[in-house]
Ligand binder design. Structure first.
Ligand code: UTP
Length: 294
C-alpha cells in the first residue's frame, strides 16, 4: 500500500473512559473521573470540545461499570431545560453538551484490562476508518487544540500520529516513550515505541501524551496482543508494530498539557485555567495572592 492510502479524513474518535480512577478515590467511587470538573466543565467536555474543533463527527465512548453519567451528560435534560426556560435562565452553558442525534455511540469494556483493550472494544464502530483517540484525563490546553494541530499534520503526512512532549529523563518510566527519527518543525518520525521503560533503557525523553490518530489496522494487532507492562493490554505495544508497515509520526503539541489523572496535575489545571479565564482570572489571582501571603 502506498502512503496515500492512509490519508482518509479522520471523523471518528474513541474516548476510553472505563478506567477505575483509583487515584481519585473516594471522589471517584460513584462519580466517573471524567466528570470531575476543572472550574465548571467536566474533563470529558474539554476533550469533546477539542475533538469537535478538529472536525470529529462521531464520538465513541468506551464505558464500564458506573460510567453511565458520562452519557447522561451529553443527553438532553428535558426537565432541567424546561425549568430553566420557565425561570428565564440562559441555556447557553448546556450548548457544548448537545450531540447530533446518533453521533454518540457507547461500547462496553466489561473489565478494565488496559488502554489497548479499551480501544479494541470500539473495533466494530471504528470499522475501516482512521480514528482519533482522546484520553480525557489528559487535558491539552491550547489554541488551536492539540487534535486540530495533529489533524493539520495528518493532512500533510497521513498514517499514524501521536502527540508527544518532553519530560525530565528520570520520569520516563511512567509513560510510553518514542524512539525518534528525523524531525521537521513540530513533526518527528517515530522509529520505535516502548511502554514504561527503565530510565537507562529509554530511547528518548519524549513521552506519548493522550492523543492519537491511528489507522484501523491497529485493531487487528490489538486482537492478538498479550498483556504488557503492568499486566495490561497496552496500546503502545500494538502501535509499535504498526511502525513497520505504515507511516508513523509524533507531533509536539504547542500548548500546555495537564495530567488530570493525578491530584497535583488536576490542581494545577484548575489553577491555570481559572487564572486564564476572562470572567474570573483577576479575582482568582487576588485569592491566590491572599492565600500565598497567609
Ligand atoms: P489510567 O491509566 O489513568 O487509569 O487510564 P484509570 O483507571 O482511569 O485511573 P487510576 O490509575 O486507577 O487512577 C488512562 C485512560 O484510559 C482509560 C481510563 O478511563 C483513562 O481515560 N482506560 C484505562 C480504560 O478505558 N480502560 C482500561 O482498562 C484502562
Amino acid at each position: 500500500m502506498s502512503q496515500n492510502d492512509y490519508r482518509k479524513p479522520v471523523r471518528k474518535a474513541v474516548f476510553p473512559v472505563a478506567g477505575l480512577g483509583t487515584r481519585f478515590l473516594p471522589a471517584t467511587k460513584a462519580i466517573p473521573k471524567e466528570l470531575l470538573p476543572i472550574v465548571d466543565r467536566p474533563l470529558i467536555q474539554y476533550a469533546v470540545d477539542e475533538a469537535r474543533e478538529a472536525g470529529i463527527e462521531e464520538f465513541v465512548f468506551v464505558t464500564g461499570r458506573g460510567k453511565t453519567a458520562i452519557v447522561e451528560h451529553f443527553d438532553v435534560a428535558y426537565e432541567l431545560e424546561a425549568t430553566m426556560r420557565e425561570r428565564g435562565k440562559s441555556l447557553d452553558p448546556l450548548e457544548p453538551t448537545r450531540m447530533q442525534p446518533g453521533n454518540l455511540t457507547t461500547v462496553r469494556q466489561q473489565v478494565p484490562m488496559g488502554l489497548g483493550h479499551a480501544v479494541w472494544c470500539a473495533r466494530a464502530v471504528v470499522g475501516n476508518d482512521p480514528f482519533a483517540i482522546f484520553l480525557p484525563d489528559e487535558l491539552m490546553y491550547g489554541s488551536p487544540g492539540c487534535m486540530a494541530q495533529m489533524v493539520e499534520a495528518y493532512n500533510e503526512v497521513g498514517g499514524n500520529l501521536i502527540s508527544v512532549l518532553e519530560v525530565p529523563k528520570e520520569e520516563v518510566s511512567s509513560y510510553g516513550v518514542i524512539a525518534p527519527g528525523a524531525s521537521k518543525g513540530a513533526l518527528t518520525e517515530v522509529r520505535g515505541l516502548v511502554e514504561k521503560p527503565k530510565v537507562e533503557e529509554a530511547p528518548s525523553n519524549l513521552i506519548v501524551s493522550g492523543r492519537y490518530i491511528l489507522q484501523p489496522e491497529v485493531m487487528d494487532l490489538l486482537a492478538t496482543q498479550g498483556k504488557g507492562a503492568g499486566g495490561e493490554i497496552q496500546l503502545t505495544d500494538s502501535m509499535a508494530k504498526l511502525i513497520d508497515t505504515q507511516p508513523f509520526h509524533a507531533v509536539t503539541f504547542k500548548g500546555r498539557r495537564f495530567d488530570c489523572g493525578s491530584k497535583l496535575g488536576f490542581v494545577e489545571a484548575t489553577l491555570a485555567i481559572a487564572l486564564d479565564r476572562k470572567d474570573m482570572g483577576s479575582d482568582v489571582r487576588n485569592i491566590a495572592e491572599k492565600l500565598l501571603k497567609s
